[in-house]
Design a protein around this ligand. Structure first.
Ligand code: NAI
Ligand code: MG
Length: 358
């Protein structure tokens, strides 16, 4: 068994409170299953690093991290001291782009023990996956401004859709659907309004879908799709979307399934040319930092996603991922619960309960 190198970056705020709880669970699994995980800790991507060095990451971050199998990331951002665009573009967004993490994956699942904001839904009703393109599309810095400050002022912002970029995210979505029960892919489009790039997206969808005859598929314009997320989330299995649409859907989805404190995500380079990054959906939550009340489940569930991804190259990690998910489900159902779930437990209490359930 070879060792798997994991870079651990807690970052800012509650990232530092929830990370130890994910590590507690990983430590337990590492020794029991002999996973060979080798964890290295980095105090990067945080306000102290910025204040000491004037930057979120050291200049050699790319060389240092590129040989790792995965990055386990807490959260970044301390808006009282550093503007968010500086902290996020200076760390997390560099990882996503320069490590070509072109898939952003967010499971949306209503869990037992979690109150659903949508009326009448029970666990099992909501269980789908949002697959967001994470490197191109609407999020570019191509374009410009002309005649600034005059009556002729104009701005132009380009979207970029490449065949390479679109096809690879669509293929990924279909392959995910093959692994799931319902074998269905839904594409988010807006080809009735965005008259060049979205018809192209649809065209590629049709072409790629034809290569997966075992998977059914459909497509909705993004406006009605958001309504359907709220009104009939049962219908979805895998939802694939461009960078902008996926950004919106991947926040809306977890919100439909309860607290942001439990939502996990993965930023994947599926070819493993570079490390993939696993992080909770939530940020650094300055409003609750320091009180030990943050829900650690989003972070721990992100570690499950990491183990699942590593399991494709080291099968013992798959067993560990399943056990950890089972432990999370047990604690969500039986408690103890942090205040966001209506309980009074601390971050540490809930993390220890997950480790005990293992
Ligand atoms: P946030 O996710 O940090 O917090 C939003 C709300 O949810 C807050 O009221 C917070 O207390 C609550 N919350 C978040 N996580 C929780 C948890 N685990 N348990 C219980 N309650 C939880 O988003 P916000 O306040 O907009 O951003 C704060 C900072 O985090 C900003 O600097 C922002 O840029 C950054 N951020 C970083 C992200 C990342 O590292 N991927 C993602 C989102 C925001
Ligand atoms: Mg977002």
């Amino acid at each position: 068994m070879s060792s798997l190198k994991i870079a651990v970056i807690p970052g800012d705020g509650i990232g530092r409170e929830v990370m130890p709880e994910a590590l507690r669970a990983l430590d337990a699994l590492n020794s029991r299953h002999d996973l060979g995980l080798k964890l290295d800790h980095f105090d990067w991507a945080c306000i102290e690093h910025y204040q000491r060095h004037g930057d979120m990451l050291p200049p050699d971050w790319f060389e240092t991290l590129k040989g790792y199998d995965a990055i386990l990331f807490g959260a970044v951002g301390w808006p009282a001291a550093i503007p968010d665009h500086v902290s996020l573009w200076g760390s997390l967004l560099k990882f996503r782009r320069e490590f070509d993490q072109y898939i952003n994956l967010r499971p949306v699942k209503l869990m037992p023990g979690v109150a659903c904001p949508l009326a009448g839904k029970k666990p099992g009703d909501i269980d789908f996956l949002v697959v967001r393109e994470n490197t191109e599309g609407e999020y570019t810095n191509m374009g410009g401004r002309l005649f600034g400050g005059t009556q002729r002022e104009m701005v132009l912002q380009e979207s970029v859709f490449t065949r390479h970029g679109v096809d690879r995210v669509l293929h990924f979505a279909f392959k995910q659907a093959q692994k799931r029960g319902r074998k269905h892919v839904t594409s988010a489009t807006k080809s009735n309004g965005i008259a060049i790039s979205m018809p192209y997206w649809d065209e590629r969808m049709k072409d790629v879908a034809a290569q997966y005859p075992d998977i059914t598929w459909d497509q909705y314009h993004i406006d009605i799709l958001t309504a359907r997320f709220v009104l009939s989330p049962e219908r979805f299995d895998v939802v694939v979307a461009s960078n902008l649409f996926g950004d919106i859907l991947s926040d809306l989805g977890p919100a439909c399934a309860g607290t942001i404190g439990i939502a996990p995500s993965a930023n994947l380079n599926p070819e493993r040319n570079f490390p993939s990054l696993f992080e909770p959906v939530h940020g650094s939550a300055p409003d609750i930092y320091g009180r030990n009340i943050a829900n650690p489940v989003g972070m721990i569930w992100s570690a499950v996603m990491m183990l699942e991804f590593l399991g494709e190259i080291q099968p013992s990690c798959t067993t560990a991922a399943n056990e950890l998910m089972f432990a999370i489900e047990k604690v969500l159902q039986e408690g103890p619960h942090t205040p966001d779930l209506g309980g009074q437990a601390s971050t540490t209490d809930m993390g220890k309960a997950v480790a005990d359930a293992l």
